[in-house]
Ligand binder design. Structure first.
Ligand SMILES: Nc1ncnc2c1ncn2[C@@H]1O[C@H](COP(=O)(O)OP(=O)(O)O)[C@@H](O)[C@H]1O
Ligand SMILES: [Mg+2]
Length: 309
């Protein structure tokens, strides 16, 4: 239903999107995982029509998203910044924003009530939004994005800046929206969120999609190997140098940063060899963990960096 090809966008010298391409099928919930600065907001802004001056194409429901203005009604957007009136109640905000679409008033009221139910705000529907917590505002924003019954809902980091319970609630809402047949793309820099919420995951960094697939498909990128994570007082270059000639079919250096490195090993029997090498090079190791491959190790392998807050 959505086919993005080679989207490229620069801000001066900064290349924010670099031939970004992505496909989405009807009813999919896609988690777009990328660190800060990866280009997530730039992508959502371009798709929602608030940012221009780019190259590339996007076909949505078989038509050109950037040329066909009528497609805007088929797209719902939940931006990072809230878009509503603080003095108005939750219900009145929904009615105001819904009024911008061609929906009969009675129908609009019915939908607004249903959506307040979905985002668990029915009990607070008559209260001014200024009394709402960050999480409640985010839920209301999501309801606004759904008012005109879009075929696709885009959410830009919907769980940033709200507490844990509110995050869980937003992710539940995303799952329900997907289950009801609306396609969803949401961006995040949190691994756990895409692991639990999506039917498909795309990993992006520096304006490009590096890999996409189901969680199982992505984890296969690292393969049936264990991952050894080593922390210590070493420089990235010294670590890489120390393990260089161990590398082969049985040992692969996935990432090396100052103080933290990871390797994929065919067998944990390789671990003593690695530790011995570090010891001989006098690299101080403070912690060592053996992990089974997960999305975090996939991210490490693809970007050479860890994705931690
Ligand atoms: N208005 C802007 N002017 C200049 N650079 C920008 C602007 N907005 C974003 N960037 C840069 O573009 C890159 C991508 O940013 P952004 O799309 O906000 O990433 P994300 O949402 O994944 O954190 C970053 O390097 C960021 O600094
Ligand atoms: Mg952003």
């Amino acid at each position: 239903m959505l086919e993005i090809k080679n989207l490229t966008k620069s801000y001066g010298d900064v290349l924010a999107l670099d031939r970004f391409s992505l496909d989405l099928k009807k009813g999919e919930v896609l988690g777009l995982l990328g660190p800060n600065g990866a280009g997530k907001t730039t992508l959502i802004s371009i798709l929602s029509g608030t940012l221009g001056d780019f190259t590339g194409t996007a076909s949505f429901l078989g038509r050109d998203l950037f040329a066909d203005r009528s497609l805007k009604n088929r797209l719902g957007v939940v931006p990072q910044d809230m878009a509503f009136y603080d003095e108005l109640s939750a219900m009145d905000n929904l009615l105001f924003w819904g009024g911008l679409y061609d929906v009969p008033r009675a129908e609009l009221k019915k939908r607004a009530a249903e959506l307040l139910e979905l985002v668990e705000l029915s009990a607070r529907a008559r209260e001014p939004v200024k009394n709402f917590s960050g999480g409640m505002k985010r839920r209301l924003n999501t309801a606004i994005g759904l008012l005109h019954r879009p075929d696709l809902l885009l959410l830009d980091e919907p769980t940033v800046g709200i507490d844990v319970q509110a995050k869980v609630s937003i992710l539940d809402i995303i799952r329900s929206v997907g289950a009801a047949g609306t396609a969803v793309v949401f961006t995040t820099h949190q691994l756990a969120e895409v692991e639990t919420t999506c039917s498909r995951i795309a990993i992006m960094d520096r304006g490009r999609v590096l890999a996409q697939g189901t969680l199982e498909e992505l984890v296969r990128i690292v393969g049936e190997r264990d991952v050894v994570e080593i922390a210590g007082e070493f420089a990235a270059a010294a670590f890489s140098e120390a393990v260089r000639d161990l590398a082969g079919a049985r040992v692969e250096l996935l990432s090396a940063a100052d103080g933290l490195a990871s390797l994929a090993v065919a067998d944990t029997a390789e671990v003593p060899r690695i530790m011995d090498r570090l010891f001989r090079r006098q690299l101080a190791v403070t912690d060592m963990k053996i992990k089974t491959p997960n999305l975090e190790t996939v991210f490490l392998k693809l970007t050479g960096r860890s994705l931690r807050d």
